[in-house]
Ligand binder design. Sequence first.
Ligand code: ASP
Length: 330
Amino acid sequence: MSKLVKRVAALVAATAVWSLAPQAHAQAWPAKPVTWVVPFAAGGPTDAMARDIADKVGKQLGQQVIIENIGGAGGTIGAGKVAKAAADGYTFLVGHMGYMGAGPSLYKKLTYDPVKDFDAVFRFPDTPLVLLVPKSSPFKTAEELIAAAKKAPGKINFGNAGVGSTSHLIAALFESKAGIDVTPVPYKGAAPAMNDLIAGQVDAMFDQSNTALPQVAGGRVNAIALTSLQPMPQQYPNVPPLAAGTLPGFEAATWYGLYAPKGTPKDVLAKLHAAYLKALGDAQWTKKMADQGIQLLPEAQYAPGAFAAHTAAEVDKWRKVAADANIQID
Ligand code: ASP
């Protein structure tokens, strides 16, 4: 048994904390397919990760988990819909660092509260990002791109998955650390942004390592830098971390996870959490994720309650970041 499989087995036992809740509902649930809303276009990184995890969790539950894509406004439209959905254990939200962490500080008129309107069920593994440029790009390194942006502020444009998406936030972080000014171009998800990057309609984009990988390996775009602190020689040989160049200490990864509308029966949450931990016990699957550059988390992050604490801490963190940088979207 691998170390991770053993640790996950111990965590399955720990879900007993949630299992203390009444069992009546859990015996019947899930009596029909369960929907997970991905608030971006199909084919992007959130969608790819959600479909993979939904498939494994669905097998554990003996019921299909359907992905519904509701894209727009950096994930906030889909998140707002799930916040108001029936808390009956059949509708969930795949959330991430953008609209469930930074969202409340960026959008004044957000229709939901990531902490008050949701129960955090479990956290997915994290994914670092990759700085990509079209094949025809003159930029072979991040330093070349930074130098060009310094000469012509606002001229270089960056595709992103919508205002407040992680591709947008990380590009903003990159801009501020590099002391440059680029123009963001928002799409309804990373997948349509990637199509335009391949076609050379935008100059650059930060994409998650898992969905960037087949595009880079297939020779459709060039990867010029990583947001991980360490190199990723298996996935991106010869692509340096930004931290190894002119931006020492630069590190960013997206966190994701599953949320339920507040008030979803506790026994349903416990059953779902246990199904996820059992799925994570499949060493072949976790190796496949790691091979794509997805970062499995320290075991404590998979424990019940850890994801709720993480979400609340991230909302606070981003409030400080947004206040310091004076960022507001509407
Ligand atoms: N997760 C991506 C982002 O926020 C969007 C997507 O999955 O399409 O940049």
